[in-house]
Design a protein around this ligand. Structure first.
Ligand SMILES: NC(=O)c1ccc[n+]([C@@H]2O[C@H](COP(=O)([O-])OP(=O)(O)OC[C@H]3O[C@@H](n4cnc5c(N)ncnc54)[C@H](OP(=O)(O)O)[C@@H]3O)[C@@H](O)[C@H]2O)c1
Length: 255
């Protein structure tokens, strides 16, 4: 709980305009954390999430970010710094959640370089360089959470590049934890299972949804809130000795 004598913690959530990122932003705010969230192609949705938080007594700012445009990241870092100073009178923040991502279904035989590059740029290259640029703004002892996927652990046809990039994200999580250990920055990966969002065009028709549910020990698809509540719960001292880990939030899919 934030009090007047305690500095408010601040999280930057990429892809906070919908689905899991929106839920992370809302749950973090309900725990008293200040939120900077980003949107890409849906500005109105991103601004609406910030409005919801602000009208419920929290504090949030929404900023545009195209993670695939690494050339824009210096400007983005300047904008984040300006917001931190203006809204929180700080020049750093506590938590980064790399959540923004895209899926593009394509069998290996049909995967073009264009599809491949787009997936790499948004899901891997973007978060790598964004995190690199944000590091000077993250406090010592802060935390980074990279959103991975169950598809880093098991394989389905049509998501080879996406799944492999999420596996790479989990590898990178350990490397960031290693290189920033001197600053006591913890870096973990949270891997959602099949979550009922608009991601990749949604989870399909009822029979497909039932198939997914049947593969899941808890017998249902996940909801954005299943992941959002968990990620927000990690943003505290309660997780202070959890570092360089992959944590799956999937209801036990494909076990
Ligand atoms: N849903 C699932 O089943 C599932 C399972 C495992 C992992 N995940 C992971 O969870 C994360 C969130 O997915 P979701 O299900 O919440 O999907 P979603 O509802 O489609 O949300 C994706 C978010 O990413 C943002 N985004 C897309 N392209 C971007 C870009 N180039 N630069 C910056 N932001 C961009 C979107 O912003 P705009 O809408 O404003 O463009 C949106 O806020 C992703 O990393 C995904 O890989 C999802």
């Amino acid at each position: 709980m934030n009090t007047s004598t305690q500095q408010q913690k601040i999280v930057l959530v990429t892809g906070g305009s919908s689905g899991i990122g929106k839920s992370i932003a809302l749950h973090a705010a309900s725990r008293g954390i200040g939120v900077i969230l980003t949107y890409n192609s849906h500005p109105a949705q991103g601004l609406a999430v910030a409005d919801t938080i602000n009208s419920n007594g929290g504090k949030a700012v929404a900023l545009p970010l195209d993670a695939s445009n690494t050339g824009s990241l210096n400007d983005f870092a300047s904008q984040v710094l300006a917001i931190l100073k203006k809204e929180w009178n700080r020049d750093n923040f506590d938590y980064l959640v790399n959540n923004a991502g895209i899926a593009q279904r394509s069998l290996i035989k049909d995967t073009t370089e264009e599809i491949f590059d787009q997936l790499v740029n948004v899901n891997f290259k973007g978060p790598f360089f964004l995190t690199q640029k944000m590091m000077p703004l993250i406090i010592d002892g802060g935390q980074i959470i990279n959103i991975s996927s169950g598809l880093a652990r098991f394989a389905f046809p049509g998501v080879a590049v996406y799944g492999a990039l999420k596996a790479a994200t989990e590898g990178l999580t350990r490397y960031f934890a290693k290189e920033y250990a001197g600053r006591k920055i913890r870096v973990n990966a949270v891997a959602p299972g099949a979550i009922d969002t608009e991601f990749g065009g949604g989870k399909g028709d009822e029979s497909h949804r039932q198939q997914i549910a049947a593969m899941t020990a808890l017998g249902r698809l996940g909801e954005a809130g299943d992941v959002g509540a968990f990620v927000a719960s990690l943003l505290s001292e309660d997780s202070r000795f959890v570092n360089a880990q992959r944590i799956e939030v999937s209801g036990g899919i494909m076990i």
